[in-house]
Write a protein that binds this ligand. Sequence first.
Ligand SMILES: CC(C)(COP(=O)(O)OP(=O)(O)OC[C@H]1O[C@@H](n2cnc3c(N)ncnc32)[C@H](O)[C@@H]1OP(=O)(O)O)[C@@H](O)C(=O)NCCC(=O)NCCS
Length: 196
Amino acid sequence: MYKSTGIHSPEPLPLETDRLILRPWRACDREPFAAMSSDPEVMAYLLPFASPEAVDTWIARQQAHLATHGFCLWAIESRDTGEFMGAAGLLRIGYQAHFAPAVEVGWRLARRFWGKGYAPEAASAAINFGFDRLGLQEIVANTVPNNSNSRRVMEKLGMSYDPADDFDHPLVPADSPLRRQVLYRLPRARWTTAVR
Ligand SMILES: CC(C)(COP(=O)(O)OP(=O)(O)OC[C@H]1O[C@@H](n2cnc3c(N)ncnc32)[C@H](O)[C@@H]1OP(=O)(O)O)[C@@H](O)C(=O)NCCC(=O)NCCS
């Protein structure tokens, strides 16, 4: 269980993998992030941004979460090309739920980067950070039942699913098809060097 001290460790950022850099958000990320956020395929299972300002608010929320807790959904940059690719990282569950308090791992990529294993690669770095640097005992992930790509990433990461954990997301409108969510769990003990 994650207990925030409100004081984050200053290190280590950015997180680097073979192909990716997970780093704090920069002003230049705004345009490519807004573009991917207007792609219906990317947003099929995510709550849409109601306005251009909502995109800015989302990025500002990541920056504030990073400043407070030392982690967030970081911007993903290609090590090869420097291109902005999407977002991945860790967030505190900020709502009431049967599994909270908890930290979740999350991801979203621009469409042209799908299918190359980037999300599992980025998530692995974030999970290493969560277990090694934050000392978490468990990391969770959630999505809607139909988001098979995201569920596949959870499976690749060795996360496990129990239908008894299904829940209604309190921040999603009651009449939205996105309200019902599945939950995957990754206990620290199951995170082996095999997937690092
Ligand atoms: C979920 C997401 C991040 C997966 O990232 P990724 O880097 O493509 O992940 P992977 O390469 O490991 O592919 C995962 C699965 O997606 C599917 N997939 C792969 N390439 C695909 C493509 N070009 N088009 C559609 N689906 C594809 C496959 O089922 C794949 O599983 P497999 O490797 O066993 O074949 C990405 O699909 C995405 O950004 N989706 C929209 C945002 C979203 O829903 N985020 C999650 C919110 S909970």
